[in-house]
Design a protein around this ligand. Structure first.
Ligand code: ADP
Ligand code: TRP
Length: 322
């Protein structure tokens, strides 16, 4: 079983990224053939400067290593270091119509929010299909917002298999309903683009600021609070088992605890939960030689796999090889 996933290095990691996908990867690398990469080609759709691109990429790589991705157990690489994926993107682009790409929610949303409709943004799903199909992936864990991109990958693979040659595995999306849409501090989907994130590698001061900004209703200390309508409860639940959730639920329902205290508890649990990762993050961030050697190892493994798939594709397309 090969599991593959990627995350864009477009800012700091938040609880939505962690609980929907990243948390599972540590276990997968012990039990399956895990492929995981930092999607720095995709992040060019939101390019601002070369310094920012470099910084974000380095940080994302360090974040993953600190969160337990082990380059000995999993194939972990930087997307742009395996250039074969861009060649595959071109081959795949002939298996999807412009009309179909125009229906992409992420493309339409970005245009609606004032982004220039550039070719790269339009082509995003095709590059993502190449990421997935180029490595014979069986399953792809993602958040709910990536569901349509997975459908594109499956459609493109089916069209190619039918019209050109039977080359690709059809990948299955893996979307956990319980964590499919982690809410942000304002109750909308937690997302970098909405400025409502809780970033677990932030300084304690910044973390406190984000958690204290979680929106609440006006229930006072002496009133009962509805846990099912509270963003604090929804976020805190991510850290808790069934018993812990029940205890917290009681605390909400029983008058006597204010939202300020409930937020303080969430802050403390967040700090405790991520303490080992935060220490590891500091150590790895200061060791560029380790980071580089991890990426080199992953690049070699990833290149080997995609080359095998590309050979099948080139062969079916009759590309002249010498
Ligand atoms: P963002 O929306 O903050 O830019 P990304 O697009 O970088 O996040 O998401 C990386 C991964 O984390 C994707 O698989 C995405 O579906 C998942 N993800 C992001 N935000 C959430 C969320 N609020 N709830 C659940 N999953 C999420
Ligand atoms: N589009 C994904 C996101 O924004 C990142 C990504 C790129 C990805 N290629 C992928 C995820 C391949 C899974 C598989 O989160």
């Amino acid at each position: 079983m090969r599991i593959l996933t990627g995350v864009q290095p477009s800012g700091k990691l938040h609880l939505g990224n962690f609980f929907s996908v990243i948390r599972k990867l540590k276990e997968y690398q012990n039990t399956t053939d895990l492929y995981c990469f930092v999607a720095d080609l995709h992040s060019l759709t939101t390019f601002s400067s070369k310094d920012k691109q470099k910084e974000n990429t380095y940080n994302a790589v360090c974040d993953f290593l600190a969160l337990g991705i082990d380059p000995e157990k999993c194939t972990f690489w930087l997307q742009s270091s395996v250039t074969e994926v861009t060649e595959l993107t071109w081959y795949l682009s002939h298996s999807i119509s412009v009309n179909h790409l125009e229906l992409a929610h992420s493309y339409k949303d970005k245009i609606a929010r004032g982004f220039h409709p550039r070719g790269g943004l339009f082509f995003y799903p095709v590059l993502m299909a190449a990421d997935i199909l180029g490595f014979d992936s069986d399953r792809v864990p993602v958040g709910k917002d990536q569901k349509q991109h997975l459908e594109y990958a499956r459609d493109i693979a089916s069209v190619f298999n039918r019209e050109v040659g039977n080359v690709f595995k059809i990948p299955e999306p893996e979307i956990d309903e319980a964590t499919a849409l982690v809410p942000g501090t304002d109750g909308q989907k937690m997302s970098k683009s909405y400025g409502n994130t809780i970033n677990f590698f932030d300084s304690e001061k910044e973390l406190k600021k984000s958690i204290m900004s979680i929106m609440t209703d006006s229930a006072g200390v002496d009133e009962s609070k509805d846990p099912d309508k509270s963003h604090i409860f929804a976020i805190h639940s991510l850290f808790l088992d069934t018993k812990g959730k029940e205890t917290l639920r009681e605390k909400f329902l029983t008058p006597g605890t204010g939202y300020g205290d409930l937020k303080k508890q969430l802050l403390q649990d967040t700090l405790d939960y991520f303490a080992p990762f935060r220490r590891e993050r500091e150590r790895i961030g200061a060791d560029p030689a380790f980071v580089e050697s991890a990426l080199k190892k992953g690049k070699e493994k990833a290149q080997k796999t995609i080359t095998g798939v590309l050979d099948r594709v080139r062969n079916e397309l009759g590309m002249y090889r010498f």
